[in-house]
Design a protein around this ligand. Structure first.
Ligand code: FAD
Length: 405
């Protein structure tokens, strides 16, 4: 589907919706998972007139939506073109949401460069493709770079890729704002409240079982992120994932240092509207046995504060090479996030092939995709129609291993 058709469909969702008629009672939807995906789905469902209950076994934005770098983009990694268009649409929806809900998104574009000549050549080709696909993307030379980000030392790089449409958000604040807006429209949020089972009669969903008792439901949405068992247990379908960890460090608020998202060799960073600098580690966890043992059980926190601080210290030291003014930053939070990563790197959105009333919404790049995913999921659930743009992302597809991230 081209972008114009997708835009038409998206604007139609506001009209089609499921505003309750005089005779029909609204659709009861339970959304399991109050990360940014569950929150966006709840917001769009409530807007479309559904009766929504959001449950989370821990609390809003407590997992990937907290330990995320939160870069909103449709950059070159978003392949093929249909997935790129899908991401582009969501970036554009973020701009609307930012205004609609006064969300803390900083729209400063991004600058990326690499230290190997081979990778730089590839980047130039990727950026040319981006431009051909309608992105505000171009290679920028040293003089312009110095003007754009006077506080950044490019470590001898003579050019970098600039993507003007990109932004970064405070994902916890955005998740909470989406939930608060849903609650204003009648949604209920329960946490900590774990989904424990589903009650079916003749294959149709009647209610969901939770740690706080049963909740009547016509549909259940699993926005359970990287949870390894939810799809099999509640949707009776296998969702192959290759979930990977990433470390995020957040500083205390600082005076303005950088405006763009800086994707430098070895570290990514951006400065939030509130002055906090977010650092994303670029090397994955070491592949040794000791680390594998430590990562069993997918911890979100380091076992000791000093280990977290040491980790953050290493990230800050790299960041300081590129943004010297970051020296002396105090680290406020260090978090291990686990990417919800379907095996082929693309979202999984749609009804379970084996339980039609149980719907899955699991994806990486979920911060970028939350607005479009929320809108299309709400459209499908409340209208009963299929959104053609989700056709590539159904849970029943054949998953091949594609390492995109
Ligand atoms: C290190 C890192 C960097 C990233 N960088 C980016 C980026 O720059 N840009 C981008 O777009 N994306 C990025 N991502 C991906 C993005 O953060 C995720 O795709 C997104 O946060 C997923 O949101 P979610 O709501 O699906 O999952 P989550 O935020 O993990 O939420 C799932 C929720 O489900 C709840 N849950 C699970 N099981 C149950 C149950 N049985 N009952 C009730 N609740 C349950 C959990 O408690 C959790 O709160 C990154 C991720 C990581 C880890």
């Amino acid at each position: 589907m081209d972008r114009r058709t997708l835009l038409k469909l998206l604007s139609a969702t506001a009209l089609v919706g499921c505003a309750p008629s005089q005779t029909e009672s609204p659709l009861n939807v339970v959304v399991a998972g109050a990360g940014i995906i569950g929150a966006s789905i709840a917001y769009h469902l409530a807007k479309a007139g559904a009766r929504v209950t959001v449950i989370d076994k821990t609390g809003p934005a407590s997992h990937a939506s907290r330990g995320t770098f939160a870069w909103i983009n449709a950059t070159y990694a978003k392949q093929p073109r249909s997935y790129h268009t899908f991401s582009q649409q969501s970036v554009s929806n973020w701009r609307d949401l930012t205004t609609e809900l006064n969300l803390p998104v900083h729209w400063g574009g991004s600058l990326e460069w690499f230290d190997s000549p081979e990778r730089e050549q590839k980047l130039i080709a990727q950026i040319a493709e981006q431009a051909a696909w309608g992105e505000d993307a171009r290679m920028v030379g040293a003089d312009e770079l110095a003007e754009m980000e006077p506080g950044v030392d490019y470590g001898g790089a003579l050019q970098a890729a600039y993507s003007g449409n990109d932004g970064a958000v405070d994902p916890v604040a955005a998740t909470n704002a989406l939930l608060a807006a849903a609650v204003k429209m009648g949604a209920v949020v329960k946490a900590p409240c774990a989904l424990t089972g589903v009650s079916l009669v003749a294959g149709r969903l009647k209610s969901v079982e939770t740690s706080m008792g049963a909740i009547k439901a016509d549909r259940l949405v699993l926005a359970t992120g990287a949870d390894p068992i939810a799809a099999e247990k509640f949707a009776d379908t296998f969702l192959p994932q290759r979930t990977t960890p990433g470390v995020i460090a957040i500083t205390k608020p600082m005076p303005p240092i950088i405006n763009s998202i800086i994707a430098a060799p070895g570290v990514h960073m951006h400065q939030r509207e509130d002055g906090r600098i977010v650092l994303g580690e670029q090397d994955g966890a070491p592949g040794n046995e000791a680390h594998a043992l430590r990562l069993e059980g997918r911890p979100n926190n380091f076992p000791e504060r000093w280990i977290a601080e040491e980790h953050a210290g290493r990230m800050l030291a790299i960041a300081e090479l590129f943004a010297p003014a970051i020296a002396g930053a105090e680290v406020e939070d260090v978090y291990i996030g686990w990417r919800p990563l379907p095996l082929d790197g693309h979202p999984v959105i749609g009804a379970s092939p084996n339980r039609p009333d149980v719907y899955l919404a699991v994806m990486h790049s979920g911060v970028t995709l939350a607005p479009v995913a929320g809108q299309l999921v709400a459209y499908e659930l409340t209208s009963g129609e299929s959104a053609p743009d989700l056709a590539d992302y159904r849970p029943g597809r054949n998953f091949e291993l594609v390492k995109r991230y």
